[in-house]
Design a protein around this ligand. Structure first.
Ligand code: GMT
Length: 378
């Protein structure tokens, strides 16, 4: 099959998932074309059957900002015509699904493609539900052949918020068990002998609540000799740094920036700590589990479909710093429990969210869409 994929190239779960899906589909013999603003994060090397197309939006003094969505639609149409795309898979409704719809309308007769849209989370919960994007987000879902969501929670939120009658198929995030195998190639230089490592990985946006990480870590330090390793970059980085300085623990916190080879860094952690306001799925938590690392996260959103409280780690209320610190201390001071939780997490991740299982679900969906195109009226 010839499959187009559009996604956000910046470090973030939707772009990672879309890129890994593209790589996996190409590995199965499909011809895959990724269209994005630049080469996506995690598309690190050459892959047979996989092509990357970047969108250039011309700037012109009349525009306050170059109209990226139009340039994206133009590029999708260009790629679809040139390569005879059967299925176009838009990851994140805004602007990817909208641009793909526009491109589909531009296709010459007999050349148009079927559009699959995957909702990842904030495209519904924050961006799509904002009045400035509400109607166009709803329109993009209604006009797609099929809509998928990365958790049942996100599908339910979407039904509730947008009142759409289209069925939303749940297809969870996935990991490659070979890649996330818990074996670090890199020496874990983040802490001295005897110190525990607490790790947070995100794009440091407000929804990730990175200052909660630092505030809880301060309490953890009262009981455990540890270092906090912050992986990623984003708007809240300075706020978390300021909090660490104010609490007098900045010498215990290391910011190591954005890294593509997260599978080599994760196994260094004794605990991965993700106290988000909500996560529609929590790809980082899944990656940590696959590496055998216990996870501390918040009891909100689709994370409940990934982490079982007390089994693979702990889930606490959003913002409950005391509870977070207590759970972290419980894991960090009980190596046998930490080991058991890590092992249970890897087993659960492999049994439910392995690449081969989930990619097959997408493949079956594409087959169904291509076959039932007329019935789906899309
Ligand atoms: O984090 C976001 O705001 C958007 C998105 C992204 O591009 O990083 O992340 C979402 O998609 C991931 C992949 O499906 C999910 O694992 C994340 O839980 C989800 N983030 C949120 O819901 C906050």
């Amino acid at each position: 099959m010839k499959i187009g994929i559009s996604c956000h190239a910046t470090a973030g779960g939707s772009g990672v998932l879309a890129t890994e899906l593209g790589i996996a589909l190409a590995g199965r013999g499909h011809q895959v074309h990724i269209v994005s603003d630049e080469m996506p994060f995690r598309l690190r090397s050459f892959h047979e059957n996989l092509y990357s197309h970047s969108v250039d939006a011309m700037s012109y003094p009349l525009f306050r900002t170059p109209p990226y969505t139009l340039a994206l639609a133009n590029k999708i149409a260009e790629v679809a015509i040139e390569h005879d795309i059967d299925i176009f898979h838009a990851h994140y409704a805004i602007p990817n699904a909208v641009a793909a719809l526009l491109a589909r309308d531009m296709m010459p007769a007999g050349k148009d493609f079927a559009l699959v849209t995957t909702l990842h989370g904030t495209d519904i919960t924050l961006v799509g539900s904002d009045p400035s994007f509400y109607r166009i987000t709803k329109y993009s879902m209604q006009k797609s052949c099929v809509v998928t969501a990365v958790s049942q929670w996100l599908a339910d939120e979407t039904y509730q918020e947008f009142n759409i009658d289209k069925p939303i198929q749940v297809i969870h995030n996935f990991i490659d068990p070979e890649q996330f195998n818990g074996k670090s190639m890199r020496r874990c230089q983040f802490a001295s002998e005897g110190e525990k490592i607490v790790m947070h990985i995100s794009n440091f946006r407000p929804v990730k609540r990175v200052t909660d990480v630092v505030r809880a870590f301060k309490k953890i330090l009262d009981h455990v000799d540890a270092k906090l390793v912050m992986v990623g970059e984003g708007p809240e980085r300075m706020a978390s740094l300021r909090t660490a300085k104010q609490l007098g623990i900045d010498d215990r916190v290391r910011y190591i920036g954005v890294h593509e080879d997260i599978e080599a860094i994760l196994p260094c952690a004794d605990l991965v700590f993700q106290p988000s306001e909500h996560e529609s799925f929590g790809l980082v938590a899944l990656e940590a589990m696959a590496c055998g690392v216990p996870v501390l996260a918040t009891d909100s959103g689709g994370v409940r479909e990934v982490i079982h409280h007390g089994v693979h780690g702990y889930l606490t209320e959003v913002g409950d710093i005391e509870a977070m610190a207590a759970c972290a201390i419980d894991i960090l001071t009980d190596p046998a429990k930490a080991k058991a939780m890590g092992a249970a997490g890897r087993e659960f991740a492999l049994a439910n969210f392995s690449r081969d299982t989930i990619v097959s679900q997408y493949e079956m969906l594409y087959d169904r869409v291509v076959e039932a195109r007329n019935a789906l009226a899309c």
